[in-house]
Design a protein around this ligand. Structure first.
Ligand SMILES: Cc1ncc(COP(=O)(O)O)c(C=O)c1O
Length: 299
């Protein structure tokens, strides 16, 4: 990956190579951290960070779900991000904030470990490529809501994502699709899931999934474009016969799904997925004034 000059670390910009932590860092052992993935897009008016505030709000919510005493507010973390992308002279990039328990004591309760924060940013392209994804339903199920907090973006939750993604890749697919504990579709390892039938767009309700910021944006946009949008359980058998299906996520953006377990969707990208994806990308590039407040411009 392409590195940049600085990483913001506990309130200061430090050279990329110096942002190192101790091997007894609590989060390294117990998965007790939280992170975000944010994109900055290049626009005619300079870089624009997509939904910076919403991402920082989710980060703070996730930290609170672990009982962390976070020494930074949403506004301070947002300002630090703007400072970082400016210092690194980035025009478009991926931004990765992380809050974690550092080294203090080795035991499950992090009572004597400092809460540390870092933000890195670097140039990054398409995550799942540009081709429609070939997806498989994996054996690994999405974390149960009473096992951890699926709605928080916790580092430990990503064991679940990694096992699912590895299973799909090992079997030659682009991406995995996880079911929830009730057997309905939950989401991908790093993406939310949608199906389309006619003018109706359906997505699994919150509970077992991460409340994706791209999911929220696409639902809002689709309603504005006069599609019917519903959040409800989606059984695997229903998904495979839908007109279209797509994934959403900061990394993946809006990616059409070509097939689920080798059963091809009726079209990929289908007309609705294409419409939503095109309108979404216009927003991220600052080309739709209606959604200007979704962007933080970095002059
Ligand atoms: C498990 C999971 N679901 C969904 C998403 C999509 O969320 P967002 O659109 O906020 O990037 C992500 C990515 O962060 C994820 O890791």
């Amino acid at each position: 990956m392409e590195t940049t000059k600085y990483i913001w670390w506990n309130g200061k910009l430090v050279p990329w190579a110096d942002a190192k932590t101790h091997v007894l860092t609590h989060t390294l052992h117990y998965g007790t951290g939280t992170f975000e993935g944010i994109r900055m897009y290049e626009t005619k008016e300079g870089g624009a960070i997509f939904h910076l505030k919403k991402h920082m709000e989710r980060l703070v919510f996730s930290a609170q779900s672990l009982g962390m005493q976070l020494p930074y507010s949403v506004d301070q973390l947002s300002a630090a991000t703007v400072e970082l992308v400016k210092a690194n002279e980035l025009r478009s990039c991926y931004i990765r904030p992380i809050i974690y328990y550092g080294f203090g004591e080795v035991r499950v309760m992090a009572t004597n470990c400092p809460v540390e924060a870092a933000i890195a940013a670097w140039p990054w392209g398409a995550y799942l490529g540009h081709e429609p994804a070939r997806v498989t339903i994996v054996k690994t199920i999405r974390i149960h809501p009473q096992t951890t907090v699926p709605g928080a973006k916790l580092t430990g939750n990503y064991i679940n994502s990694m096992l699912a993604a590895r299973e799909a890749l090992d079997r030659g697919y682009t991406e995995g699709l996880l079911l929830d504990y009730q057997g309905n579709i939950a989401e991908g390892p790093g993406e939310n899931f949608f199906i389309v039938n006619g003018k109706t767009i359906s997505t699994p309700a919150l509970g077992s999934i991460l409340p994706g910021i791209t999911r929220w944006s696409v639902m809002t946009l689709a309603k504005d474009l006069e599609y019917k949008v519903e959040e409800r359980p989606i059984a695997p058998a229903e998904a495979t016969v839908a007109d279209e299906a797509f994934f959403t996520g900061t990394a993946a953006e809006v990616i059409p799904i070509a097939s689920i377990d080798d059963k091809p969707m009726k079209s990929a990208p289908g007309p609705v997925t294409k419409h939503i994806r095109d309108e979404f990308l216009k927003i991220t590039c600052g080309e739709n004034p209606k959604y200007r407040d979704w962007l933080t411009f970095v002059k």
